[in-house]
Design a protein around this ligand. Structure first.
Ligand code: AMP
Length: 308
């Protein structure tokens, strides 16, 4: 049965998901599955679900015996000037959508269950993965990824998944988590799935809810800019591509926090297309929303394009 996200036509009869507020109870509920060696899939989210999240949930449902979704707006990954308080939330709708996508367990803790008094530990991924592409430091610095890595490490320990699912939309986050899982020996597989877009190309994001109709239109310049970068980079040079991308943004009155080309795996700077996939990432404030998007340009010889 499919859900119409626009009309909110959610079949209430499918509300079979089990909701946990406390990690001890979630662990206890997962113990039988672990004993029986069933595969456990985890999809971490901050809620306000859209088709991007649902694509991860559906993949987990197809590949795993037990699907766990976490729903937690993680305070420690928000900068002091960021939108923690107004981040969109609709737990009831999220639970209905999760149930419909076949999620078995939702872990939606209060902040105190995740960060009890005296919490004093952080996971920091270095290696040049987190001190780049940070954009405006008054809004978001490297500590953002410390918050992300810390909460994801805790979720991995709480859930003990065999597979954890993330979106390519947050390309840098995916690179950080891959490195953390490898470096800290988390015994799991990380799956990164393609960015899901609106029909007109806008990458889906919970923060798109902040866009008024005029800014929603302007926001299309991000995906247009990335397409222009890829086109010009293939036709002429990466520098020409980035120039074309900047022009697309400028035409919509958007001054990006960054529009940069990086090695897709280790985020080192690149100046031309070569043998390895190149990540072109953009971040920009558009009206009330800070938006990010990216495209991976596969090596010219392979003939694959990530953004069509
Ligand atoms: P969030 O709730 O924004 O923290 O996102 C939870 C997960 O969904 C992260 O792994 C995101 O990368 C992923 N995600 C968010 N937006 C999209 C999208 N448009 N397409 C694919 N995955 C997405």
């Amino acid at each position: 049965m499919s859900t119409n996200l626009l009309t909110g036509d959610i079949p209430r009869s499918d509300l079979a998901v089990s909701l946990f507020r406390a990690k001890a109870e979630l662990r206890a509920a997962l113990a039988p599955a672990r004993r029986e060696e069933l595969t456990i899939g985890l999809v971490p989210t901050m809620g306000y679900l859209h088709e991007g999240h649902l694509s991860l949930l559906r993949a987990a449902r197809e590949e795993c015996d037990v699907v766990v979704m976490s729903l937690f707006v993680n305070p420690i990954q928000f900068g002091s000037n960021e939108d923690l308080d107004r981040y969109p939330r609709d737990e009831e709708r999220d639970l209905a959508l999760a149930a419909e996508a076949g999620v078995d367990f939702v872990y939606a803790p209060a902040a105190g269950d995740v960060y009890p008094p005296g919490f004093a530990t952080a996971v920091e991924v270095g290696g040049g993965l987190t001190d780049v592409l940070d954009g405006d430091p008054s809004r978001r610095g490297p500590e953002h990824f410390r918050g992300v890595a810390t909460v994801v490490a805790k979720l991995f320990n709480t859930v003990g998944p065999d597979v954890a699912y993330f979106g390519q939309k947050d390309a840098q986050q995916a690179a950080v988590i891959r490195r953390m899982a490898r470096d800290l020996d988390f015994p799991l597989r990380i799956e990164v799935l393609p960015t899901v877009r609106e029909a007109d190309g806008l990458a889906m994001s919970s923060r798109n809810a902040y866009l008024d109709p005029r800014d929603r239109e302007r926001a299309l310049a991000l995906s247009r800019a990335l397409a222009a970068v890829e086109r010009e980079a293939r036709a002429a040079s990466l520098a020409a591509g980035l120039e074309a991308g900047r022009s697309e943004l400028a035409a919509a009155g958007i001054e990006p926090e960054y529009l940069e080309a990086r090695d897709a795996a280790d985020l080192t700077p690149v100046t031309e297309l070569g043998e390895r996939p190149v990540l072109v990432a953009v971040a920009a404030q558009v009206g009330a929303a800070r938006l990010i998007d990216n495209v991976v340009i596969e090596p010219p010889t392979s003939g694959k394009a990530a953004l069509r």
